[in-house]
Design a protein around this ligand. Structure first.
Ligand SMILES: Cc1cc2nc3c(=O)[nH]c(=O)nc-3n(C[C@H](O)[C@H](O)[C@H](O)COP(=O)(O)OP(=O)(O)OC[C@H]3O[C@@H](n4cnc5c(N)ncnc54)[C@H](O)[C@@H]3O)c2cc1C
Length: 201
């Protein structure tokens, strides 16, 4: 049973996992079980080259971010379980939370974050009722979003990144994942607004 399970190992999913992982010393997050299904095959980062992102050395490739993002998560926040080589096929609500079915396993999670990108190749059963044409992408591109209000699709079910209705820019997708993470932390902190900052001493 996960307290929070993130689906998708791209810009939004990895950013969400890093911020959730970084709250490990907060009393309200200490014992929470967080996981991420780090499927990366269809990430838009696979072919991206970055010159316009603050903090990234111009010329950074998306593939290097996919690799270093997982390494950063594993080395700094090893308590966040990375589930590799699995693709989510179905999500539905059960009495104990959301049942997430992959091509290999079944998982139960109290909170689920969907961060699988905005292509119309979306095939996760159980979420079809939330699919609509993307509100901020060119019509001819045939992009989709999962209808949400401030990233929340329904209670305990979040969407992050381009699939949440944001335009496709790395900083926006990453920010959306971080936004969802702080919403979850705030929820775990009984509604008290929460962020995680490291400081120089
Ligand atoms: C060629 C190209 C160049 C770009 N250049 C720039 C640029 O110069 N500057 C800029 O700011 N942005 C650029 N971008 C945009 C940027 O890469 C995207 O905005 C960003 O990657 C979107 O993040 P995301 O998390 O929404 O989706 P993605 O990064 O696509 O991540 C989605 C993840 O979900 C996984 N997934 C999909 N289906 C499933 C499933 N069923 N189960 C589990 N996991 C699943 C995928 O494998 C993937 O890892 C570029 C994009 C492309 C394609």
């Amino acid at each position: 049973m996960f307290d929070a399970l993130i689906i998708g190992g791209g810009a939004a999913g990895l950013s969400c996992a890093l911020v959730l992982g970084s709250a490990k010393n907060k009393p309200f997050a200490k014992h929470k079980k967080v996981g991420i299904i780090t499927h990366q095959k269809t990430s838009h980062l696979q072919t991206a080259l970055f010159k316009n992102v603050l903090g990234l050395t111009p010329g950074t490739t998306g593939t290097s971010i996919l690799k270093s993002g997982k390494e950063q998560l594993a080395s700094l926040y090893p308590h966040v379980k990375q589930i590799e080589k699995e693709k989510v096929l179905e999500i539905f609500k059960s009495e104990s939370g959301f049942l997430v079915k992959t091509n290999k396993e079944n998982y139960i999670a109290k909170i689920v974050v969907i961060a699988v990108g905005y292509t119309n190749l979306f095939t996760i059963r159980g979420l079809g009722k939330y699919i609509e044409p993307h509100p901020k992408a060119a019509i001819e591109k045939d992009r989709i979003w999962l209808k949400n209000k401030d990233h929340l699709i329904e209670e305990n079910l979040y969407v992050a990144g381009t699939l949440a209705g944001w335009r496709s820019q790395f900083a926006i997708a990453s920010g959306s994942g971080a936004h969802v993470a702080t919403d979850i932390l705030t929820f775990w902190n009984s509604g008290k607004h929460t962020k995680v900052h490291d400081k120089l001493v």
